[in-house]
Design a protein around this ligand. Structure first.
Ligand SMILES: NC(=O)c1ccc[n+]([C@@H]2O[C@H](COP(=O)([O-])OP(=O)(O)OC[C@H]3O[C@@H](n4cnc5c(N)ncnc54)[C@H](O)[C@@H]3O)[C@@H](O)[C@H]2O)c1
Length: 489
């Protein structure tokens, strides 16, 4: 990347180029390029990092907003803004308004191709201070990393990998009383089909920096590097790294646990449970060594029992350990209803309760097309066929694939949970949640509708069940209880 001439004041300090290093010098304000995809700036307490993807959405960088801002300040666009930085022509160079308060340093060679949001007609970026600009961006558009411009304690370090200093220090309630003030870090354990696909989805949705962990040497590293290299094409900026250990996962906000064995020929369900219990327990212990209070979304089967293993080993509160199954099961049911009726899947809602497996309880009464129960729209035999196909949805895919099991829909479902939690969506999603009396079930993970938000599992929604539905749920939870009885952790 070309570098521009730098206008420095006497007090300018040589800022380190690592994107997240804190500027220690008081009063230092400006734009500085840490890496091609970051702009750094500001004084302690206001350190911020802008990602290009966010800059694209930056309202203040549009020509109209720039004009408005300047008009408000009684200034004209040509009233002494910076010259385009050396080596960059108009339309290509975002400059800096050196009349802005405190701006002393410019080192911001930002070719428009890297920062399309800045390539407005003036070719210059006008800012008073970066925090000024940041303050104008809706908080929901800011990755956590940027939000700390309002919460960082002076002196905190934000060097990558040292979240224990920077991240922890920065976590304070924002204006809405939330604690979501930093860039997120998500670990996916298991770089197999589900894990790798989940990692890719997380990266593409810019949910945070992703760490992919697996025991097979080279596999998580190779997949992560490959994924990261899709960033310039797909237009995402987060990091994706692979590892065979857990140090890299330090400070994870969320863990998606997909490590485990698939059932092999000759292997009993109990053997699988034992083996995967060992794996999930080891992975959870590894995670907890380096992360204090992550959310854990468990995917590994047998799902409900593996949630319990993660809960026991992590010692996290029940609301932070949740299992992914119901979103997948209901997504399958929605797809089958759509295939049967021809209506859009987005108009279709489905409800499935119970353990993840043959005993799951699809509920047609609570499954609707545009609000109308499918029981009123489809003949009973069609409804029964949909229910049956839903319960056998996983097996159908295994039979087709011959080796391996489903992973596109499972990974999408896990990522939906991550999104609901991180973005505090208060979404009601069917999940494996730890029940303490709800639906008459105690001390078990069972699939139920739950509100997912910042508190993880914030609430269990209790649906009114007919005697028949309640009996089916009881049968399902009994089979979960059987598995729990086999756990040794
Ligand atoms: N809950 C659901 O709805 C749902 C849906 C699909 C799959 N699953 C389950 O998810 C799990 C993963 O499925 P998959 O298709 O990705 O399998 P996979 O075999 O493709 O991947 C599993 C990965 O886990 C890794 N692994 C094994 N032991 C490990 C350990 N100790 N530490 C770190 N990594 C380890 C393996 O090396 C492998 O890469 C399976 O248990 C599967 O049954 C659950």
């Amino acid at each position: 990347m070309r570098r521009a001439a730098v206008a420095r004041s006497e007090k300018a300090v040589d800022l380190p180029l690592q994107p997240l290093d804190l500027v220690e010098e008081p009063g230092e304000v400006g734009l500085r390029q840490g890496r091609s995809d970051h702009v750094l700036g500001e004084k302690p307490g206001h350190l911020c990092e802008l990602q290009s993807s966010v800059l694209e959405r930056l309202p203040d960088s549009s020509p109209r907003r720039v004009e408005e801002r300047l008009a408000q300040e009684g200034r004209d666009r040509d009233d002494g803004p910076a010259e385009p930085l050396a080596g960059f022509g108009p339309g290509e160079t975002p400059g800096l308004d050196r009349h802005a308060d405190g701006v002393r340093e410019v080192d911001s060679p930002l070719p428009s191709r890297d920062f399309p949001g800045l390539a407005h007609s003036t070719g210059r970026l006008y800012v008073r201070t970066l925090s000024d600009v940041l303050a104008s961006i809706p908080r929901s558009l800011l990755p956590r990393q940027m939000n700390h411009s309002r919460g960082l304690k002076p002196g905190a370090s934000l060097a990558p990998g040292s979240q224990k200093t920077g991240l922890a220090d920065c976590q304070g309630p924002d204006k809405r009383g939330r604690k979501d003030t930093m860039r997120r870090k998500i670990t996916v354990v298991g770089a197999g089909n589900v894990g790798a696909t989940a990692a890719q989805r997380l990266a593409e949705k810019e949910m945070g920096d992703v760490v992919l962990v697996d025991i097979i040497e080279g596999v998580p590293q190779g997949k992560a590097l490959d994924m990261y290299q899709s960033g310039p094409v797909e237009g995402f900026d987060g990091k994706v790294v692979g590892s065979n250990g857990y140090e890299e996962t330090a400070g994870s906000d969320m863990v998606i646990l997909t490590a485990g064995l698939a059932r092999k020929p000759g292997m009993s369900r109990d053997d699988l449970l034992k083996k995967n219990e060992e794996i999930v327990a080891a992975c959870t212990a590894g995670i907890m060594k380096y992360s204090k209070n992550p959310y854990i979304v468990v995917v590994t089967n047998p799902l409900d029992a593996m949630c319990e293993v993660a809960r026991r080993v992590s010692k996290l509160p029940k609301n932070r350990v949740v299992g992914m199954a119901g979103i997948l099961d209901t997504a399958r049911m929605r797809a089958f209803i759509s295939m049967e009726t021809g209506y859009a899947m987005s108009n279709i809602h489905a409800t499935v309760l119970g353990g993840h497996g043959d005993t799951m309880v699809p509920l047609p009464r609570y499954s609707t097309i545009a609000g109308v129960p499918i029981t009123e729209l489809l003949p009973p035999e069609k409804v029964a066929a949909i229910v049956k196909r839903t319960a056998g949805g996983g097996g159908e895919i295994v039979a087709l694939l011959k080796t391996g099991s489903a992973y596109y829909a499972p990974s999408a479902a896990a990522v939906e949970m991550a999104d609901a939690i991180f973005n505090d969506k208060k979404k009601i999603l069917p999940c494996a949640a730890y029940l303490e009396g709800e639906y008459g079930i105690k001390g078990l993970y069972v699939g139920v509708p739950a509100v997912l938000g910042h508190g993880g599992v914030e609430k269990i929604i209790e649906l009114k069940l007919t005697a028949e539905e309640a009996a089916a749920l009881k049968k399902s939870s009994d089979s979960v209880a059987e598995l729990f009885g086999l756990l040794t952790c």
